[in-house]
Design a protein around this ligand. Structure first.
Ligand SMILES: O=C(O)[C@H](O)[C@@H](O)[C@H](O)[C@H](O)COP(=O)(O)O
Length: 259
């Protein structure tokens, strides 16, 4: 795994500007290499921070994007808790309204007919991943071009929570849970093998509320926090923070941020 890069920005606006630049760069590189860009979003505050400027970036060829979710709540797609609904609000609907929509069959949302059973929903989502990645050959794990991860105060990421059995899951690409300590309890989530096979993993965090957790992970290497075990085997790992979140860190990567 290449060493993680930690970038910190004085304001949330500067953080969003850098994320716009970085995701657009990853998209350009992937499309040039493979003719498509496969990206997974988390929920929470991440979509607003990542998409604030990205949604109007005319350099990005969204028609070549395949959008997944790093985790999703087992609720209907119009439910306020839905990460799909959240990303529609922060990105997808805006792209459609500006004639730059992502083809619907390249937006891989949870099957809402299955949200009553998190395990069935997870199996179905794994098949969705397989349909995009397996092609002709059976693969062990999908290799997404970019996975965008948030982090909770308890060090959870996607829906991998402290001391949860899913932290040990090594076979499934997508797993269901019904005991999330963060509401709502029923979710599906990518597992570590998929996170750690991604080409580029990007943690996004802002605000003083994350300060302690980020110091535990980046400075103290606290192995008890789920986010500490995101360590891409071959891919890159980057942290995009605001100064409020990074304040207690011993060091951050040289600024200004440049690709
Ligand atoms: O669906 C979810 O709940 C998220 O994917 C979750 O993992 C989130 O990223 C963290 O809880 C951070 O959330 P905030 O960025 O809102 O603090």
């Amino acid at each position: 795994m290449s060493l993680s890069k930690v970038y910190s920005f004085p304001t949330n606006e500067k953080l969003s500007e850098a994320l716009n630049e970085y995701v657009a760069h990853l998209s350009r590189e992937a499309i040039a290499r493979n003719g498509r860009f496969t990206i997974a979003f988390s929920g929470g505050s991440l979509p607003a921070t990542v998409c604030r400027f990205l949604k109007d970036n005319k350099e990005v060829d969204f028609s070549k994007w395949y959008v997944f979710w790093a985790d999703e709540r087992c609720v209907t797609l119009d439910n306020e808790e839905s990460n799909f609904k959240l990303l529609r609000k922060e990105l997808l609907d805006h792209l459609v309204q500006t004639d730059r929509g992502i083809p619907p069959d390249q937006v891989m949302q949870i099957n809402e007919d299955l949200v009553g059973d998190q395990n069935a929903a997870a199996e179905d989502y794994q098949e969705k991943l397989g349909s995009v990645f397996s092609g002709t050959t059976k693969i062990k794990y999908p290799e997404l071009d970019c996975i965008l991860l948030g982090i909770g105060p308890d060090g959870h990421t996607c829906s991998l929570f402290p001391n949860h059995p899913l932290l040990e899951e090594k076979t499934k690409w997508v797993a269901g849970l019904d005991d999330s300590p963060k509401e709502p309890p029923r979710r599906i989530t990518l597992t570590y093998p998929v996170l750690n096979h991604a080409s580029n993993v990007v943690f996004v965090a802002n605000g003083a509320g994350k300060r302690k957790t980020i110091k535990k992970i980046l400075d103290e290497k606290d192995v008890h926090l789920p986010a500490s075990h995101v360590a891409p085997f071959k891919g890159t790992l980057s942290w995009f923070l605001d100064d409020a979140a990074s304040k207690d860190l011993s060091e951050t990567s040289p600024s200004p941020f440049k690709l």
